[in-house]
Ligand binder design. Structure first.
Ligand SMILES: Nc1ncnc2c1ncn2[C@@H]1O[C@H](COP(=O)(O)OP(=O)(O)OP(=O)(O)O)[C@@H](O)[C@H]1O
Length: 496
């Protein structure tokens, strides 16, 4: 008997569930979206449609514009604003919650449940002074970043589609209003647990632990609540360590690592003023409101651990201090192990050797001193072979660092001799690890400006490149080229 193929539902057949919203009124408020004016679809993500079991042929269905703008609801949808709190820049803020987004419901496909979350859906009880809206610029940035990270193998929320509108939205300047449907296996943040802890709602907190465990740690569901809470905390610590290691390895700076932006399942969550490194600059601060560098690139692992401490504190109603400490103690070894593994892969080292971490640290120091482009260097290293001259690598490094590069390459050559994998296979593996295309800020800015002028084609081109970042795409190299060095370092706008 042949296996049934993947599900291909039409939009009409898509029926949303609402396990989260049904947990009770403590967890949020049912809220109807406020539709945006004259909506039109700007881009739709066929990969995410497949993930949800929707037939990609449905991409042309005119209903998408209505569904993404809140004018129409998916079958079964019961839009719900989730309540959470969180630590922002180190201070506790009890007033948070979905202020401009709504959990529309959940889609089940191939045994997995996916949340659909409409961002830019209008005011909710948690909007405070906000207008409940999202703008095209930040919506496109979120849409692209989720895809870029996913393609690089880093856990992230993604988006199903973006709708534009004729509605102006006031930020630092007047901008174009837009909305996006975010898709993730869970929208539960560290801040969900902090909210229940600080408002002393212990029974609800237990319910939330059980809810997450039932979905992600099914082996723990028959166990006592303390065991479930411990399993969940260990799971989040592990996932967060993997996430931080992943960001550091690809040169991604999140920019606003508040605990309300930390996913309990370790997805990259909430894309604001993020940035991918151009030159290797460990202290890179992509968020211009981050005056102390709290969320600088090289501060990320430490701040993720800080956030895990805040989460562990919220779990202190369920777990003893010793258990909490033990869970948090897992973070650093997991981070180091995972980062070392990812960097070995970037250097093309299949086997493990004692000197690898030092070799990597010395390379990073060289890249920092020479202000060398991080992604270009590793891509060029993927083509390097000891027998061929290192001309491409030299062209990326300033003359002042050529001697240092030469001596590093001699050590690298010696290290490669210990590898049993043929050079060709190593190069192939490195080219599938070190991307040809990363989401540089000037690229995002270029497609945003085109979209703001009504041209969505560049967005489509960049989207396709980011979904396949390891391929060469020869026709698009010139398109993706930085116009000038100054253009490469465009400032990142912070308001969203
Ligand atoms: N324009 C707005 N109107 C109402 N609330 C807003 C607005 N912008 C942000 N908020 C709320 O302020 C808080 C912090 O915002 P932040 O920018 O971190 O999140 P976000 O991008 O709005 O949403 P998410 O974290 O779901 O991606 C959140 O509670 C958010 O809902």
């Amino acid at each position: 008997m042949s296996k049934p193929g993947p599900s291909k539902k039409s939009l009409k057949q898509l029926h949303l569930q609402h396990h989260y919203a049904d947990l009770g009124e403590v967890f949020g408020t049912f809220t109807a979206p406020t539709p945006i004016r004259n909506p039109h679809i700007i881009h739709i993500n066929k990969s995410v449609m497949r993930l949800l079991g929707i037939d990609p042929a449905e991409a042309d269905n005119p209903d998408w514009a209505q569904l993404t703008s809140g004018n129409k609801l998916f079958s079964g949808s019961k839009p719900f604003a989730m309540k959470y709190t969180g630590h922002q820049f180190g201070g506790y803020n009890p007033e948070l919650g979905d202020g401009r987004a709504l959990l529309l419901g959940e889609v089940e496909n191939e045994g997995k449940r996916w949340d659909l979350h409409l961002k830019g859906a209008g005011k909710t009880p948690y909007s405070r002074f906000g207008d409940g809206r999202a703008v095209l610029r930040s919506t496109i940035r979120e849409y692209l970043a989720g895809e870029a990270l996913t393609a690089l193998g880093i856990r992230s929320t993604r988006a199903l589609c973006i709708a534009g509108s004729s509605e102006p939205v006031a930020r630092e300047t007047m901008e174009t209003g837009a909305a996006l449907i975010r898709v993730a296996r869970s929208h539960i943040r560290f801040g969900h647990f902090e909210y229940l802890f600080y408002t002393r709602q212990l029974e609800a907190q237990k319910k939330l632990v059980e809810f997450v465990c039932a979905e992600f740690l099914p082996e723990s569901i028959d166990k006592p609540i303390q065991d479930q809470a411990e399993a969940l905390l260990r799971f989040t610590v592990r996932r967060s360590a993997e996430l931080a290691a992943g960001w550091q390895s690809v040169g991604f700076a999140h920019g606003v690592l508040n605990t309300d932006n930390m996913s309990i399942i370790g997805d990259t969550f909430d894309f604001g003023p993020y940035g991918f490194l151009d030159d290797y600059e460990p202290g890179f601060i992509c968020n211009h409101s981050d005056h102390t560098g709290r969320y600088a690139f090289d501060a990320q692992p430490g701040v993720v651990l800080w956030n895990l401490n805040a989460l562990a504190h919220a779990f202190s109603s369920l777990l003893d201090t010793e258990v909490l400490k033990d869970c948090l103690g897992q973070f650093q070894p997991l981070l180091i192990e995972h980062y070392a593994e990812l960097m070995r892969a970037k250097m093309g080292l299949a086997a493990e050797d004692d000197g690898d971490q030092q070799l990597c640290a010395d390379l990073l120091q060289l890249l920092e001193q020479g202000r060398v482009d991080y992604s270009l260097f590793f891509r060029a290293l993927s083509h390097y072979s000891g027998e061929r001259p290192a001309a491409t690598l030299e062209s990326l490094v300033p003359p002042s660092e050529h001697d240092a590069l030469g001596s590093w390459l001699r050590r690298y050559d010696q290290r490669l001799q210990k590898e049993t994998r043929p050079a060709q296979d190593r190069s192939r593996a490195m080219l599938a690890t070190n991307p040809k295309f990363v989401l540089r800020n000037y690229l995002a800015q270029r497609v945003i400006e085109a979209a703001e002028a009504g041209d969505y084609q560049p967005l489509g081109i960049l989207f396709d490149l980011l979904q396949a970042p390891f391929a060469e795409h020869p026709g698009f190299e010139a398109w993706a080229e930085a116009p000038t060095d100054a253009g490469k370092h465009l400032p990142i706008s912070c308001s969203s």
